[in-house]
Structure formats: C-alpha cells, structure tokens
Design a protein around this ligand. Structure first.
Ligand code: PHE
Length: 340
C-alpha cells in the first residue's frame, strides 16, 4: 500500500509547477509542511513490518529528496521571474548613478594613518568636549597660559572646566592614563579654536598627533620617523629641517619644515621664496607630562608630534581657502574623484 503511494507520488514530482510565490507556498504546504503528505507517509512508515522497513524507507527518502529538489528548483525560477519585473523599471535613469567622493581631508587623513600604521603606530580616539585637565593641565600648561584664554578656547557656558579640545593631545593624555609603555599611538580628530573664520583660519580643523613612549627614546628616533613620514607623504626626494620652538608639553621642542613640494626647494611664491614650508610641531615629551599622566619619567622617555590635516592637504592639493573644506560644495569635492 505504502509502496504504491510513494511510487505514484514519485511519478508526480517531475510535473509539479508553480507560477508565483503563492503557488509555490501551496505546494510546500501540500507536500513538505508539518501536515503535508511526506510527513503523513512518515507516520504510516512506523507501522511497516520490520523486514520491509529498509526497502520502503529508502523509497520514502528518495521521494522526500526529489520533492525538496523540485521545490528549490521552482523557488529559483519564481525568484528570477520576480527579478525580471524589477529590471524592467522604465522610470529609472538611463545614465549611471554617480558615486560620491571621499572628502579631501578624509583622503589625506587616511593616508597619514596608513603611513604611521606601517611604522607600528596604533590609533586612539577621545571626546571632542573635554575637561581642562586632559586638554591643558595634564599637558603642562601653566595656570595663566594664553591658550586657556577666552580668545583661543571655546568654553562650555557655566562650566569653566569643560572646553572644546584645542588639540588632540588630550587623547594622548587619556592613553597615558591607562596604558603601560611602550606606547605608540596616533590620535586623529577634530579640534576647535576660537578664531575668526577666513581663508587662512577656521574655528575648527583636524589634527593627527603622535606619541611614542618607551625606555630608550631619543630625538634621533623622532627625526627618523618624521623623515620617513615626509618622504612617504610628499615623495622620496623630500628633505626636512627642524627649527627650535616651544610647546608646554615638549622639551626640547621643534617645528618641522619640508622642502617645498611645489618648487622642489628652489623657491616660489607658495614657500615665499624660502624653499621650505612648515608642516608640524614636535619634541621630546616633557617629564612633567609623563609624571602628571602616571608614567615614571625616571624610567621612560617619549616623543610627540602633531600636524594639521588641512595644512598637509593644502600642500598636497594646493587648496588656497580653508573654508572650502567645510562648505561641502560638490564642485570642489568632485575635484578629488581621482584621488579616492
Ligand atoms: N598640540 C600641538 C598643537 O596643537 C601640536 C604638537 C603636538 C606639538 C605634539 C608638539 C608635540 O599645536
């Protein structure tokens, strides 16, 4: 009895058809669902005499697989049909949809990150709304340092202790608090300074700062890393020079110039005929900064550097007006399509 049922069903399988999802679902219900025919036969199978179990069991399995295969085949056919409808959307534009471009600052920031990752630096992140400690005090700014002045720093109203970070050194401070040396991080991010907006200044811009702390870190290490960076970023012929400078958090401190990448160092209007353009600040981490952030300055030394992403982007792409970076004019952004 059961054998005949199975065989007649097997004969039906090849002829099964489904024109759409609805018909497909009724096929599934009829044959393959919990209350479907296959399960019903499984029930009957329990009463089969033991000596017939093997033969009938195999037949039942063949039927089940055949039904499942047929169902999958029909399902695919139905899906393709429905797809056909979608591809016949006559309201769609005949032109390819233009893709957006990455913002020039992101392109350059990613390039900076790439170079330092290859040199073994990892990334660190921190809040843009910060407390005075992480932005200034932990970085060895004296109580009366002009950077704390209303003219440079945005304060949060009624919270004199909370500021918009003026540099990403605050992230370095947060890293030092928690990490054990050796520390080797870069901190990319947006920073804010209370400046009148013009072609050359903006109230926010972007930085990538770097920090390396270990037992034997020297100024030579710093110089080598920065030379490598300059050559990777601006080309193998790039030269660097360091000029003495001052930052509260580094001692000694320096500012770094690269040979003008536009005239190759010969002198042009871009480098004001000096052959050099400034790109970043750097120095050996002041021992006061290490101690303030819980790192023993008798054991460890470090170097730090910081650069403006807008500045590097200007040098690479000769963007003359800083305001272009934040106006989001697509005519400007589209110019970077090829650099993406
Ligand atoms: N924090 C400095 C700035 O914002 C940059 C800097 C970082 C300089 C580290 C030296 C060392 O101008």
């Amino acid at each position: 009895m059961l054998t005949e049922k199975i065989e007649s069903l097997l004969g039906e399988v090849a002829g099964l058809q489904a024109a759409d999802e609805k018909e497909l679902e009724s096929l599934r219900l009829k044959y393959l669902s919990k209350k479907g025919i296959v399960n019903e036969l499984m029930g009957e199978f329990r009463n089969v005499a033991p000596e017939q179990k093997r033969e009938i069991g195999m037949k039942l399995n063949t039927l089940k697989t055949a039904l499942q295969d047929k169902f999958n085949e029909l399902k695919q056919a139905v899906a393709v049909k429905e797809d056909d409808h979608a591809s016949l959307d006559l309201t769609r534009t005949p032109y390819p949809t233009p893709l957006g471009t990455r913002h020039p600052l992101s392109i350059v920031k990613n390039e900076i990150i790439d170079i330092f990752s290859r040199l073994g630096f990892s990334m660190a992140d921190g809040p843009e709304v910060e407390d005075d400690w992480h932005v200034f005090s932990s970085m060895n700014f004296a109580e009366d340092h002009p950077a704390r002045d209303m003219q440079d720093t945005f304060f949060v109203e009624q919270h004199p202790d909370i500021v918009l970070r003026t540099h990403t050194s605050s992230v370095q401070s947060r890293v030092m608090e928690h990490a054990e040396p050796p520390i080797r991080v870069i901190c990319p991010g947006r920073v804010y300074r209370n400046e009148a907006i013009s072609a050359r200044a903006h109230c926010f811009f972007h930085q990538v700062e770097g920090l390396y702390i270990d037992k034997d870190v020297s100024f030579t290490d710093l110089k080598q890393v920065l030379l490598t960076f300059a050559r990777e970023m601006f080309g193998a012929d790039t030269k660097i020079r360091l000029r003495p400078s001052y930052f509260p958090f580094t001692e000694p401190s320096a500012e770094m110039d690269i040979s003008c990448n536009i005239c190759g160092g010969k002198g042009c209007s871009f480098c004001k005929h000096t052959g050099w353009v400034e790109i970043l600040g750097c120095g050996m981490v002041d021992p006061n900064v290490l101690d303030a952030n819980g790192i023993d300055s008798k054991v460890y030394k470090g170097y730090a550097f910081g650069m403006g992403v807008e500045r590097i982007t200007n040098l690479k792409y000769q963007v003359k007006d800083l305001r272009l970076f934040s106006e989001n004019d697509v005519r400007f952004l589209d110019e970077f399509m090829a650099a993406n």
